[in-house]
Design a protein around this ligand. Structure first.
Ligand code: NDP
Length: 324
């Protein structure tokens, strides 16, 4: 098998290389899966470029999500997807021809989706779905008002835009890429907001502009999103693309009853995962997903990681594990 290995030598020197490995290095616990596809998330970019301490155990196979088929046992051939659970951080990761994971991590890919679709959705789409479920569980419905999506051309943001629009919400997409307005409108956004409107220090409370938000950006952007959320609204916060700080005041909470709900995809319980994947299969068609995908061969995974950190692509990059 081959895998993207992240290593630190005795001098603390970091390396990230595509290596040939013996399958025994995966250990013998858990279910063996033939990985067909992985993807490159922001966290993969951080790990593969050693930009933040994502990896906790060395050496480590990179990659936080994969889709493939069970390789052995009574369920051999079943199409499965795995996200998070510390893969690529504390557990051997996904950018490898094979992976061994506990049985209860495996989510059967709901029809009509196939492994390519599941990885095109990937952690980003699945996290976006978790965020949409949070807003709905908070009581938001399309008639309550528009929903802001920040980091809209990113993996989470583009799926949040598409999923919310499919559910009938009016989506306001905040982006730093004015040139991608047509892409965002194609996903279903009805208004495009220049992210500079939200990314600088703002007032504790502003005009009430949206009923809720999916925020993958954090920092001033999240503070401003809160300050402009209408009475009783809710924000699902899942990311830190601008920063992990939250320079906000309590005013939106105590004067407008605004709720801020955190979303974690890594340790999300199985029921939430099953609900998210089922909703994704119901809302998205295979053709729609295929239109969002850029397929790259295994050898290009590091380049894709560099690209995501340079913020130089939109939508989804899927790594074809078997392609050179
Ligand atoms: P991407 O890099 O694909 O998207 C991030 C987007 O944020 C960019 O496309 C850009 O969108 C915007 N952005 C980038 N830099 C800045 C900046 N300095 N200020 C404001 N906006 C910026 O990443 P993902 O969508 O994969 O992930 C987004 C975030 O969500 C990350 O922080 C990631 O760690 C987090 N995440 C968290 C998960 C969880 O479980 N909680 C799961 C998955 C992701 P645009 O150009 O359109 O403005």
């Amino acid at each position: 098998m081959r895998a993207w290995m992240l290593r630190k030598d005795q001098n603390g020197e970091f390396s990230c290389q595509l290596e040939a490995l013996d399958q025994s290095q995966l250990g013998d616990e858990g279910v063996l899966v033939d990985v067909a596809y992985s993807t490159i998330n922001y966290k993969d970019g951080l790990a593969m470029m050693n930009l933040s301490p994502v990896v906790r155990t060395w050496p480590m196979i990179a990659g936080i999500d994969f889709a493939g088929t069970i390789a052995e046992g009574p369920n051999a051939g079943q199409a499965v997807v795995v996200n998070g659970h510390g893969m690529g951080e504390t557990r051997m990761g996904a950018l490898a021809s094979q992976a061994r994971v506990p049985a209860d991590w495996l989510i059967t890919i709901p029809q009509p989706l196939e492994p390519l679709h599941a990885m095109a959705i990937g952690t980003a789409g699945y996290t976006a779905m978790l965020c949409v479920h949070v807003l709905e569980d908070q009581g938001l419905t399309p008639d309550k008002g528009p929903i802001l999506v920040t980091g809209a051309t990113g993996g989470v943001g583009s799926f949040a835009t598409l999923l919310l629009a499919k559910k009938g919400f009016e989506v306001w997409a905040s982006t730093g890429k004015a040139s991608e307005a047509d892409f965002l409108k194609g996903l279903g956004a009805s208004q495009i907001i220049d992210r500079s409107e939200l990314s600088e220090k703002g007032r504790p409370l502003g005009k009430e502009r949206w009923a809720g938000a999916v925020d993958s950006v954090g920092s001033h952007t999240l503070a401003n999103a809160l300050a402009q959320t209408q009475y009783g609204g809710s924000i699902a916060a899942c990311g830190l693309a601008q920063g992990f700080d939250l320079p906000a005041t309590v005013m939106p909470f105590i004067l407008r009853g605004v709720s801020l709900v955190g979303v974690d995809s890594v340790q999300a319980p199985r029921e939430k995962r099953l609900r998210a994947w089922q909703s994704l299969a119901e809302l998205l068609t295979p053709a729609e997903i295929e239109a969002m995908v850029e397929l790259r061969p295994m050898s290009q995974a590091l380049k894709a990681a560099e690209d995501i950190m340079a913020n130089s692509y939109k939508g989804r990059v899927v790594i074809d594990i078997k392609a050179d």
